[in-house]
Design a protein around this ligand. Structure first.
Ligand code: ADP
Ligand code: MG
Length: 414
């Protein structure tokens, strides 16, 4: 029988230190604990990990987690172990594989993280057969779909393995909102349609602001000055990252570090670790920074230029305020950003031009709207939001009222 509600609440509190579930977490956990295969679509930061880690603690047998990147696995491993969960990874990078397999067979593991390519190795199926598996969790499940933005052929190898354990429930997890991809994940992983749980995409604690770019160094300095907590500044190129990091370091007096793919891997890792540990640092980065980084208290995300798409904007700004506290997302855009992006359109393969143009048009719609930013974002993800959110620049300062409000503020503070 599945664990009682009390046992679930107790584990949530004692193991993870949380006072309650967020959003659809309870629905997902409840299905999983009842042995029902599930696809959970939850935005970045919504807390997908908990939906398999909690069952992993409560269910008999080990939860085998498929994850696409070794770096992501190790982050997860660290945080699981910090909560006292018995977790291990089984990758080519692990020297202690023999020990891990012994612990797995002996039933001493709550969580076992593997890369998808393990799934096709015959010895691995034998290993699973000689142990007790309580749950399969497939993280970043959109990787199984060619519709997704990150198709990985290795994910296609999972199905035969899953099918060899028909009594073990499957929990697929993704932040991808797209309809085709969801349907494809269900089909590819053999999860029934009724197993789909989609969380709302709204992040009400994030205040969205989108402004034309004037002097971007000065504009971003103002954002940094107004927000003393940790923040990320996204810049379009490595050179701009270096430049902005320098400007901000001298202009704000804050600790500012750069992050981009051109840096030494060691420097990158060091800068990332410093950021995660910091309560006031600013990371100036290209979009290479952010994936899989678990830092709940990021207070602002600033864009020095336009992101690639609304999806990218949502994902990048979504790194702010995972703890639910008020946070800001500020984008500074220039007409030249769009001109350059359109220029690049003509350079990509003809087959993809139309969809890329649509993505760019959708982004322009977000930038140019005089209405609620959040409403545009949520409609893009298929939701039917309210007309106004009260927590974006356009709702707080409706067009035409801007000057008056500013004037009133000046008069009041004079
Ligand atoms: P995702 O994988 O969906 O992007 P994570 O699993 O990394 O999200 O969780 C994001 C953050 O939310 C983490 O810092 C996690 O500790 C926190 N979190 C998850 N569930 C809860 C909860 N029920 N209450 C409070 N914080 C939570
Ligand atoms: Mg995750």
């Amino acid at each position: 029988p599945p664990p009682s509600e009390d046992a679930v609440a107790k584990a949530l509190h004692d193991v993870f230190g949380f006072s309650g579930f967020r959003g659809v977490q309870d629905q997902v956990v409840d299905r999983v604990l009842h042995g029902r295969s599930t696809l959970a679509v939850m935005p970045t930061g919504a807390g997908k990990s908990l939906t398999y880690q909690l069952p992993a603690v409560l269910l008999e047998g080990t939860c085998v987690v498929v994850s696409p990147l070794i770096a992501l696995m190790h982050d997860q491993l660290r945080s699981a172990r910090a909560n006292g969960i018995r977790a291990a990874t089984l990758t080519s990078a692990d020297a202690d594989r023999g020990q891990t397999m012994d612990a797995f067979r002996a039933g001493h593991l709550d969580l076992l993280y593997i890369a998808p390519e393990r799934a096709s190795q015959p010895y691995f199926r034998d290993l699973l057969q000689s142990a007790r598996v309580g749950l399969f969790a497939i993280d970043e499940a959109h990787c199984v779909s060619e519709w997704g933005h990150d198709f990985r052929p290795d994910y296609r190898l999972l199905r035969p393995l899953l099918d060899a354990f028909p009594q073990v429930p499957r929990l697929a997890l993704t932040a991808t909102a797209d309809h085709h991809t969801r349907a494809d994940i269900l089909a590819q992983l053999g999860i029934p349609e009724e197993g789909l749980i989609v969380a709302g995409f709204d992040r009400p604690n994030i205040r969205y602001t989108i402004r034309p770019r004037e002097n971007v160094g000065r504009q971003i300095k103002a954002v940094v000055d107004e927000n003393p907590g940790p923040g990320i500044v996204y810049a379009p190129t490595r050179a701009r990252v270096e430049q902005l990091a320098e400007t901000l370091a001298s202009a704000t007096g804050r600790r500012v570090l750069p992050y981009h793919a051109g840096l030494d891997p060691e420097v990158r890792a060091r800068n990332q670790a410093a950021f995660v540990a910091s309560e006031d640092m600013v990371m100036v980065a290209t979009v290479a920074f952010g994936m899989g980084i678990d830092k709940p208290d990021v207070r602002f995300v600033a864009h020095a230029g336009i992101p690639k798409s609304i999806e990218a904007y949502y994902q990048e700004t979504g790194r702010a305020g995972r703890d639910g506290d008020p946070s800001v997302a500020v984008m500074f855009w220039g007409a030249d950003d769009f001109a350059r992006a359109r220029q690049r359109l003509s350079e990509i393969e003809p087959g993809r031009q139309q969809s890329e143009r649509q993505r760019l048009d959708a982004l322009a719609g977000l930038v140019e709207t005089a209405g609620c930013r959040r409403a545009v974002l949520l409609r893009h993800f298929g939701e039917q939001p309210a007309e106004t959110c009260g927590n974006c620049d356009n709702c707080l300062n409706p067009v035409g009222v801007v000057d008056v409000t500013d004037l009133a503020r000046k008069l009041l503070s004079a």
